[in-house]
Design a protein around this ligand. Structure first.
Ligand code: MF3
Ligand code: CO
Length: 250
């Protein structure tokens, strides 16, 4: 599939989808507390998204049963909210969500610590966010997808962490997942050349232990194979002539 170049009008719509998603993440981060269930988080997130007249894009996506992916501790991504799963002090909780505004998608994820968390957990959350920032620094017209991959992998590994290989970032626009794939690890090919007007979801998924992951029997929840902690940070961004503009911001 060719990589779509968005018009100014499309970019305006994606900015609005991104702004509403950033607000949703901020509201969720303020609401998080020990004793909540992951179901409570999902319901609140869905309510916020719908209050802006938007559609939560993950709900029913390939059968996914919720609006917010809630992935706790060793869960990497795509955790399924549950009335039985109470979050507790010391957990790290990754929230991933998508918004559709007038047919245009935004996609973003944040990882939060609940109350006091271990030094290792705090470092993992910080480094995962920094991996995203490093990736953003290399994005501009003329760079390649592989430059993003290298920036993420180098920063994660320099800090003693590993990069998940079985899941990747992606183009985003009129669909949640568009071309190209945006891996967080270096491959032999440098990948597509970036052009102004491309919109990407850059999403480092970083493990404290080894990079290997497995799928639970629910066919959604991805967990670290060794049980180590994992963090996720994602924004929808626009490639410009000389840089990277965040779309999932307020
Ligand atoms: N945010 C995920 C991604 O970036 C998509 C979640 S798919 C869902 O690719 F089905 F779990 F919603
Ligand atoms: Co994504």
């Amino acid at each position: 599939m060719p990589i779509s170049i968005k018009s100014d009008r499309e970019i305006e719509l994606m900015k609005e989808a991104g702004r509403i998603l950033a607000i949703t993440h901020e509201e969720l981060s303020k609401a998080l507390r020990p004793g909540m269930t992951t179901y409570d988080i999902d319901k609140l997130g869905e309510e916020i998204i719908r209050s802006y007249g938007c559609i939560p894009s993950f709900l029913n996506y390939q059968g996914y049963p919720a609006s917010i992916c809630v992935s706790v501790n060793n869960e990497v991504v795509h955790g399924i909210p549950s009335k039985k799963h109470f979050i507790k002090e010391g957990d790290i909780v990754s929230l991933d969500a998508g918004v559709i505004y007038k047919g245009y998608h935004s996609d973003a994820a944040r990882t939060h610590g609940i109350g006091h968390i271990s030094d290792e957990a705090a470092k993992l959350i910080r480094v995962t966010r920094e991996c995203f920032d490093e990736a953003c620094h290399v994005v501009k017209e003329g760079a390649h997808i592989g430059d993003i991959s290298r920036a993420v992998q180098e920063h994660a590994e320099k800090n003693g962490f590993s990069v998940v290989r079985d899941l990747v970032g992606h183009g985003v626009g009129t669909s949640l997942h568009e071309a190209p794939e945006v891996p967080n690890f270096v491959q032999k090919r440098r990948g597509a050349r970036l052009q102004a007007g491309m919109t990407l979801a850059i999403e480092p998924m970083i493990n404290a232990g080894a990079f290997h992951v497995k799928w639970l029997d629910d066919d959604w929840t991805v967990v670290t194979a060794d049980g180590s902690l994992s963090a996720h940070y994602e924004n929808t961004v626009l490639v410009t002539k000389d840089g990277c503009e965040l779309l999932s911001v307020q």
